[in-house]
Design a binder for this molecule. Structure first.
Ligand code: UTP
Length: 255
């Protein structure tokens, strides 16, 4: 068994513009798949990978998670809430968790990405990291060419295994310039050194402090791998069509 990663950061302080108008009053991570909110699925994934502390990055005044926590199956785990006072980007949101994480490796899970997998993706990341002496690793999956310009894309060295050394990362590449069809999915196993990189980060694509830019520095300094993870299905529930597909999928009777 790989050494377990104790802490998971869940950024949930974004604006949710693609899901307006409901996100004016219901935070995106509380949209339901059947009777459970998205946040329930991602916390379950982190807990099943061995996490003891869940660090939620929320906008001030949007701490629904505090009221929901006692009703979950993981109420015995520690919930920590930190604030991002302004939605300056995913990289900035992760940086807000620096003091809560401290000096140890940690997961980041985006709560709008819901993955059904034979082994939870966080567990797959921990196993992959252990096989490379603890190197940081991020989850990637192939996407069709027409979707690449709206996603983060990795440039990787060829490898006979699903664990690929990353050469570069590009956020929202201009059409026709993506270095591969492998996109960054929303599950990361990161080193605490990234917090220094985030502190010094400047706004990148779409004027936001991008996690991708700090990941590039990590890749150059200490090495970073991309894991093409095993999945049954992955849904981007940050858009109404992805959310609907997830409800249809989880709503089907299972044999
Ligand atoms: P998204 O890229 O989905 O952004 O962020 P968003 O703002 O929520 O949604 P749109 O693009 O406006 O529709 C991925 C995750 O990162 C969090 C979001 O809450 C979401 O869970 N995030 C993003 C933050 O916590 N802070 C930010 O400044 C940006």
């Amino acid at each position: 068994m790989p050494p377990s990663v104790r802490k998971a950061v869940i950024p949930m302080a974004g604006k949710g513009t693609r899901f307006r108008p409901i996100t004016h009053v219901v935070p995106k991570e509380f949209l339901p798949i059947l009777n459970r909110p998205l946040i329930d699925y991602v916390v379950q994934e982190a807990v099943s990978a061995g996490c003891e502390e869940i660090i939620c990055v929320t906008a001030p005044g949007r701490e629904l998670i505090r009221d929901y926590w006692p009703h979950t199956a993981f109420a015995a785990h520690r919930l920590t809430i930190v604030h991002q006072t302004e939605a300056l980007g995913l990289g900035h949101a992760v940086g807000c968790a620096a003091a809560a994480v401290g000096n140890e490796p940690f997961f980041v899970l985006l709560p709008d990405i819901i993955i059904d997998a034979p082994t939870s993706v966080c567990t797959q990341l921990a196993q992959a990291s252990a096989s490379t002496q603890g190197r940081p690793v991020i989850a990637v999956r192939p996407e069709p060419t027409e979707r690449l310009a709206s996603l983060g894309v990795v440039a990787v060295d060829a490898s006979p295994t699903p664990l690929l050394p990353i050469r570069d990362l590009v956020e929202k590449p201009a059409p026709g310039t993506a270095p591969s069809n492998l996109t960054i999915v929303g599950r990361y196993l990161l080193p605490p050194t990234i917090f220094d990189d985030l502190r010094h980060a400047t706004p990148g694509a779409i004027g936001e402090i991008q996690l991708t830019d700090a990941l590039r520095t990590v890749a150059q300094r200490e090495g970073l791998s991309a894991l093409q993870y095993s999945e049954t299905a992955t849904f981007d529930c940050g858009t109404p069509s992805g959310w609907l597909a997830a409800n249809q999928y989880f709503g089907k009777p299972r044999g």
